[in-house]
Design a protein around this ligand. Structure first.
Ligand SMILES: O[C@H]1[C@H](O)[C@@H](O)[C@H](O)[C@@H](O)[C@H]1O
Ligand SMILES: [Fe+2]
Ligand SMILES: [Fe+2]
Length: 290
């Protein structure tokens, strides 16, 4: 492997060298198709996954979500590059996820490589790489139930299409009639932008990336964990026209997030790293506020 030239001298030659040294993977591993139904099988989930959702559903109240939005919306944690963020994630294993016990940086590469293999646009590949980066809130001291897992609206009736919805009975909001009508504190058709989802890595990373990425990318990041909506078609009464259109991007992205968890982990290859560092620099160069 040739050592990377300094950033200022990396032109087309360097890119060409990378592509030659590290061509985009071509064939999708054939065994993946038949395994699709075995992902997100919560009925056979480990006790840790069930315990995670019990805590998550009990503690994520409207009041807590508003407080976390206020706290982290200031982006006052520090300044670092996206790559540094990815490196921070390396030590995290997601307790809510029945499908992977790899580190999050491996998941980031698997997802991004799957997108690259299918020749998805550059912004889509970047989303695949960084979509879970908000999980670094865990390293700022947040417990996993405020960082990972599926998201759901707070401030209105819980849908039974949210996984483990039986656990909502222990949430204080469940016993507040004003928060348990179909629309709750929202106007029908108000649009998801006005709806507060349970706090976690999606909303946080959306806030961090707001000024850097195209709207399709931001929307995908913000709602990728909202399975009740993008997979189960719940909460449509809160959607506006934009949501109906934009949710297609989330649905298009989902297989690259979910099914890539069955792919072999990426090799430790400097050219792979260089490819993704260049991709990051294209959209989010240098240090940004977190
Ligand atoms: O367990 C997973 C994991 O935490 C993902 O990052 C999140 O996006 C999914 O919605 C969740 O089910
Ligand atoms: Fe995620
Ligand atoms: Fe993910």
């Amino acid at each position: 492997m040739t050592a990377a030239p300094p950033a200022s001298q990396r032109g087309e030659d360097w890119e060409a060298h990378l592509l030659e040294r590290y061509p985009a993977p071509t064939a999708t591993p054939p065994q993946k198709e038949k395994e699709k139904s075995s992902f997100r099988d919560y009925s056979n989930a480990e006790p840790g996954v069930v315990a995670f959702y019990k805590t998550n559903h009990e503690l994520q109240t409207l009041a807590l979500v508003l407080a976390k939005k206020e706290q982290y919306g200031k982006l006052a944690l520090g300044e670092w590059t996206v790559w540094e963020g990815l490196e921070r994630l390396n030590a995290l294993v997601d307790e809510s996820d029945p499908d992977t016990s790899l580190s999050q940086i491996q998941h980031a590469f698997q997802s991004a490589e799957a997108a690259r293999r299918d020749n998805k646009p550059r912004w889509f590949q970047l989303v695949a790489l960084i979509h879970d980066l908000g999980k670094l809130l865990f390293f700022e001291g947040e417990p996993q139930h405020l960082v990972v897992g599926d998201t759901f609206p707070v401030g209105c009736r819980y849908s039974d299409r949210v996984i483990f919805s039986e656990f909502f009975v222990a949430n204080p909001d469940f016993h507040d009639p004003a928060l348990q009508t179909v629309n709750g504190i929202y106007e029908p058709g108000c649009g998801l932008d006005r709806v507060h989802l349970s706090w976690g890595h999606d909303e946080y990373l959306y806030q961090v990336m707001k000024d850097y990425l195209p709207v399709e990318a931001l929307y995908t990041i913000r709602y990728h964990s909202f399975y009740a909506a993008h997979r189960e078609y719940a909460y449509q009464h809160l959607f506006n026209e934009t949501d109906h259109q934009m949710m297609q991007y989330v649905r298009e992205f989902n297989p690259y997030d979910l099914y890539s968890k069955g792919d072999p982990p990426a090799e430790d290859d400097p050219a792979l790293v260089a490819y993704y560092k260049a991709l990051i620099d294209e959209f989010v160069p240098g240090k940004i506020k977190w």
